[in-house]
Design a protein around this ligand. Sequence first.
Ligand SMILES: [Zn+2]
Length: 247
Amino acid sequence: MISKELENDVAIVLLATKYQDDSAIIKLAGKEGIFSLIAKGVYKPKSSLKALLITGNLLEIDYKKSDSGPSFAHSCRVILDASSAYQDYQSSCFLLFLQELTNALFEYGERLPYEELLLIIRSLCEKKDVLSLALLLVGTFYRRLGINMSIDECVKCQRSDNIVSYSLQEGGLLCKDCLGQEKVKNHLEIHVFRYAFMEVNEKNVNRIVPPAEGFKVLNELVLYLMDYFDLKKLQSFAMFVNALSVK
Ligand SMILES: [Zn+2]
């Protein structure tokens, strides 16, 4: 193993997995893609690497890279502290869901929608609407994974009038004439569906979807995603759904 100078990167903590006695393998999302670091002794009481254990934290990390074998975290500085989000039950469940979903959908080396993810986590810490943020999160993952949805016009005839439904299988909105076997949906559901696929920006993270329809659409989007990629049941999603309905 050839040691090199310290490398430096800014990244979001996705997942910490315990490794040996008091160390952990940390999965991180940087601008260039997902990578991992070993945080040696991170579970020792006085470790200066503790911030690497919190999913959602944005950190500047110095680490030692080796040509063969793992890289080791050397030190880290917190840029965005996500720990405040864990004081709220819904937000904690959101972060668990985020952790499990990213882990299921994205491999090492792949790129997450980094800027979008960061804005969503920041908004979560600012106590913006959790359900709305979850919809934007899932929508941005759809885009990143190449599942495109037509939200401005009918996916079949490209007309934008008389939109009465949508279908995930068909890939977007449906007008009255192209409805086929699909059921008519109410305008709030259609509104929420459109919202989920909007750009993740400062304006959209401040919007609040109607809870009943938001809940319904989120459920549909996540189930379709699990089905599409043949994922096993996401336990954290059931928890998250529960937390949302407790409100
Ligand atoms: Zn049509």
